[in-house]
Write a protein that binds this ligand. Structure first.
Ligand SMILES: Nc1ncnc2c1ncn2[C@@H]1O[C@H](COP(=O)(O)OP(=O)(O)OP(=O)(O)O)[C@@H](O)[C@H]1O
Length: 237
């Protein structure tokens, strides 16, 4: 029997976005999207290349606020927030995991994980931050690597660091853009298992942009995008 769904974190209503092309034309990247994203659930957004997935996830992730329509985060309309309020909302509540890991090369593993804690202004002192980082490294199985630079790590290990970094501020949302795209099949599966395990433990909402049908099929809810339009193709809460 499914869970009773009642806790929206993100609600999107009639949301559309466009980009201006070099030739002066306007391209619709997201066309009248409606979504409700809830705590404790996993979502996949699939679709052909160019269908609008990255455009949509950048709006959901509060990285882009140029859109028409409504976006409510925990009941607050995002359009009512100042840029600073929006940045703080993002820093404190949303973790990102990208295909290319996006680690900072000249910072050690522990410093990469510390960065979001500094941005989010969680007011942890140095000792508390250290404890938090060590506990995150333990949860992704990289206790021994805290002083290494990213270039010394394998792709799978770098993605584990990126996951630890995404979880550092205890976010309620994790957004993943092709998180296994640069990894071999087995390592990719381990990363997905780890993400699901950590997210389950924390009751987080998890959203994947993915071409990988195996990843999409594990998710409770699958949306498919086609030329900016989004449609729910699996709903299994
Ligand atoms: N800044 C931009 N300038 C011009 N065109 C853009 C821009 N951003 C997105 N587009 C176009 O908008 C459409 C949607 O792009 P988007 O990156 O969201 O698709 P996607 O589904 O994520 O693709 P992929 O799977 O290849 O990453 C594409 O046709 C893309 O070329």
């Amino acid at each position: 029997m499914g869970k009773i769904i009642n806790e929206n974190i993100i609600q999107i209503k009639d949301l559309s976005a466009t980009v201006k092309l070099n030739n002066g034309d306007t391209l619709v990247t997201v066309n009248n999207a409606n979504m409700e994203l809830k705590r404790g659930y996993s979502y996949a957004v699939t679709g052909k290349s160019g269908s609008g997935k990255t455009s949509l996830i950048s709006i959901i992730g509060l990285l882009n606020r140029s859109y028409k329509g409504e976006y409510c985060y925990n009941g607050t309309s995002v359009s009512s927030l100042t840029d600073r309020q929006l940045s703080m909302l993002r820093a404190n509540n949303i973790g990102f995991v990208f295909q290319n890991y996006s680690l900072i090369k000249h910072l050690r593993v522990w410093e990469n994980i510390e960065l979001p804690l500094l941005y989010a202004k969680k007011f942890l002192d140095k000792r508390q931050r250290k404890e938090m980082i060590q506990s995150l490294l333990k949860s992704v199985g990289l206790e021994e690597k805290e002083n290494d630079y990213p270039s010394k790590l394998s792709g799978g290990e770098q993605q584990r660091v990126a996951i630890a970094r995404a979880l550092a501020t205890s976010p309620e949302v994790i957004l993943c853009d092709e998180p296994t795209g640069a990894l071999d099949k087995k390592t990719g599966q381990q990363i997905i298992e780890l993400l699901f395990q950590l997210v389950h433990e924390r009751d987080i909402m998890l959203l994947f942009v993915t071409h990988d049908s195996d990843v999409a099929n594990i998710c409770n809810i699958i949306y498919e995008m086609d030329e900016g339009r989004i449609q729910c193709v699996k709903y299994d809460p």
